[in-house]
Ligand binder design. Sequence first.
Ligand code: PLP
Length: 374
Amino acid sequence: MKFGTRLVQFDAAPGDPLHPSATPIYQTATFAQEEADAFGKFDYSRSGNPTRKVLEDQMAALEQGTRGFVFASGMAAIATVTHLLSAGDEIVADYDLYGGASRLFGKVIGRAGLSVKFVDAQDLVSLDAAITPKTKLVYLETPTNPLLRILDLAAIVEVAHRHGALVCVDSSVMSPYLQNPLTLGADIVLHSATKFLCGHSDVTGGVIVVKDEKLAQEIYFLQNAEGTALGPFDCYLVLRGLKTLKLRIDAQQANARKVAEFLAAHPRVAEVNYPGLPSHPGYELQHRQANGPGSLLTFRAGSRIAAKRIAEQTDLLKIAVSFGSVNSTISIPAAMSHASVPAEHDRSIPDDLLRLSLGIEDADDLIAAFAQTL
Ligand SMILES: *Cc1c(COP(=O)(O)O)cnc(C)c1O
């Protein structure tokens, strides 16, 4: 089955004799057992829940993995990955990470005796040099956010695996429609389901998908041991959102392209960064390893004040952190989503940088809004 077909053609309720078209919400903590000394398929929702299982299986299929796991948030999924490591182990991470991931790596994991080294993962020589026998995990996002650098997944996997390190890719910016890191050799792909997977700004959730059965068992163990799984109602909402993933992203990407072209041609805009523009340094690579450039773009306003004015005066767009929803949003990463990045990991995000997440509005309205503000 092709991707768009799989999004809507799957067993919504395995084993249910009524064959409901939508997955029922099993809003229950416990499941009665038929025998006192043997568990059924489900016993306790922290350990497993039928609504969650449908979503986890669907995510595994969409990412071309074997097992999927869903969590209360993207950060819970990332934290779970760090718990695969033990005191003394080290993570080598690309320096341009989601602010919450930078905060977790910079301020939390040290308490468990883990350390992190930040590198520029576009530079394979320095990546190779940074990995030591203590390095158990190479961690990255591509396209990076907010700088939208494109990292060469297959090449990074080759370097990391040569040293015996696992590779985890946070693919939230792409979704499984546009990029499948497991097929390029990555060991773990994760998502903030809060973004494109849900797509409607009404759930926080996280996803991990792996191929390797031993890794799957370890992640399942952590999900159950730490009690971090996504609740049944939120699983239902993500399942509902997922069905239109392809339609949404096709529309959002088409809008991103039009807005990027409009901004790039506008005399008051200094610099537009969108992997779908041939002028983007990662254009070729993105084309090779992904099925599209996505719907995030950034541009520079020229000054902090100008950025603030544009964000506040483009009335059609709400100022909001996050991205990937059906409505377009605008943000100033230096002041918002990435304000929690510790100074020592500063990648100098320019303070006049505006990030747009394009939604499914009519492109004419979006362009008119920017034409007026600029
Ligand atoms: C939002 C985001 C996260 C964190 O996800 P939450 O659901 O907010 O916890 C992680 N990685 C990326 C790339 C994100 O954009």
